[in-house]
Design a protein around this ligand. Structure first.
Ligand code: ADP
Ligand code: MG
Length: 421
């Protein structure tokens, strides 16, 4: 059996690594992949990213099933294209992916289905946006409607910053089409967690909980990034919060999307804000797994991932369960010099430890050039390890991360601090 993973980041390396452990699997193709996926012998990179070219390949090579890592191909309709050709694929259709690709769509959907989220309004007109900001006051959150690769949200602590953010998106077009409309929403206070499930259109299977660290610097300071580290489980998601998230968010989303004729299939990621009283508000949906949350989550997955994916594609997620390692998994991102603004590429990477069952350095922005491993993107690697406690997982993952070397490497030294409180 052959499986295809679409994408090139740490999330895709982790997906491919986990899928490759499935019994009966011959090959996991990763398109386009990275130097890490090129190195492992059960994996093979394909220099493809065009949707039709991927579908041609899957058809010709009799690929059994495809799973898509990033949002861009999903929003571009890769699932629709594969299904139209009778190819098995796990992910949402273009219409269902609007839960991520349009924040306005997601907010209106949540309103229709009474899913808890911050109060909001959507604007295309800058004057109306300014008036709303003045009427609501700060703190307030300004969000580009469309996909903005993590650069589309400004949490404004004062009104001047909010006006400037609205101007940046609506008047100066700094985010292009993605910022042609903005959602302006109420500021929610609390602790964030990532709640990810697999969905088959009718049922949802919860993955282990996780939390990530978005800011570049220790203590959650500095600029926003794609994520500097993550761990699983997230202690903030108590059994009560978990039950609440399933009841108030996940089940209504699955039922609501089905009722609206756009059933959701694929990984569904709810970004939750959890108040000190255990109430939850949805900050956003992603229609894929998170990066770097995927790396620690999949390190804890004991059930065969291919079996779960098969069940999801066949619409029988209600018949399977996922078993998780009771230990904590923690992943630390090693980023390039200059990340996130202007990451430097081409630095030589050395001393990556050999992977074990309990510790893997997943690749993201890496490239093999003339036999040398080099940096090729902002987030370069994610050192991920298991431990009996958060402290142990942290110690183990940092030992792994510190053994790797490349010039200008940036990493936080406090990944997991919220779970240690
Ligand atoms: N309503 C809100 N209240 C407080 N913080 C928010 C709110 N919405 C978003 N944020 C913060 O901004 C970050 C990015 O927002 P999010 O909606 O997840 O957009 P994206 O991931 O597409 O950039 C969140 O992780 C959270 O820290
Ligand atoms: Mg987010």
């Amino acid at each position: 059996m052959k499986i295809l993973v679409v994408g090139s980041g740490g999330r895709e390396h982790a997906l491919a690594w986990r899928l490759a452990k499935s019994p009966g699997l011959q090959k996991v193709y990763v398109a386009p992949g990275n130097a890490g996926t090129a190195r492992e012998h059960e994996l093979e990179n394909l220099p493809l990213s065009d949707i039709e070219a991927l579908a041609d390949y899957a058809e010709r090579e009799k690929v059994h099933a495809t799973v898509v890592g990033p949002e861009a191909p999903l929003a571009a309709g890769i699932v629709d294209a594969f299904r139209a050709r009778g190819l098995r694929i796990f992910g949402p259709t273009k219409a269902a992916a609007q839960l991520e690709s349009s924040k306005d769509f997601a907010k209106r959907f949540m309103t229709r289905h009474k899913i808890p989220t911050a109060k909001f309004q959507t604007f295309a007109d800058i004057n109306a946006a300014h008036a709303y900001i003045d009427a609501e006051g700060a703190p307030i959150v300004i969000k580009a409607d469309g996909l903005a690769a993590g650069k589309g949200v400004v949490v404004a602590m004062d009104v001047a910053e909010a006006h400037a953010a609205a101007d940046m998106m609506l008047s100066d077009n700094k985010l292009g089409d993605a910022g042609a409309r903005v959602v302006i929403e109420e500021f929610l206070d609390g602790e964030e967690a990532s709640f990810i499930v697999m969905a088959d259109g009718r049922h949802a299977l919860a993955m282990a909980t996780s939390q990530d660290h978005k800011r570049l610097k220790d203590g959650d300071q500095g600029p926003n990034t794609g994520g500097m580290g993550a761990y699983s489980p997230a202690p903030v998601v108590t059994p009560e919060v978990h039950a609440r998230a399933m009841r108030e968010v996940i089940h209504p989303v699955i039922a609501g999307m089905k009722a609206e004729g756009i059933p959701f299939t694929g990984f569904l990621y709810a970004g939750l804000m959890i108040t000190p009283e255990g109430r939850i508000g949805v900050l956003e949906f992603n229609c894929r797994m998170g990066d770097p949350e995927t790396q620690p989550i999949l390190m804890r997955l004991k059930t065969d991932l291919t079996t779960l994916m098969e069940a999801a594609i066949d619409g029988r997620l209600n018949q399977v369960t996922a078993e998780w390692d009771r230990r904590v998994a923690l992943g630390i991102v090693l980023a390039a010099a200059g990340y996130p603004d202007s990451p430097r590429t081409g630095d030589v990477i050395t001393n990556i430890p050999t992977p074990t069952e309990n510790a893997v350095v997943f690749h993201a922005g890496t490239l093999l050039q003339d036999g040398q491993l080099r940096t090729s993107g902002g987030r370069v690697l994610c050192a991920t390890a298991l431990g009996d406690s958060v402290k142990h997982a942290q110690k183990h993952a940092y030992a792994l991360a510190h053994s790797v070397q490349f010039d200008g490497c940036q990493m936080r030294s406090d990944i997991g601090w919220r779970a240690l409180k």
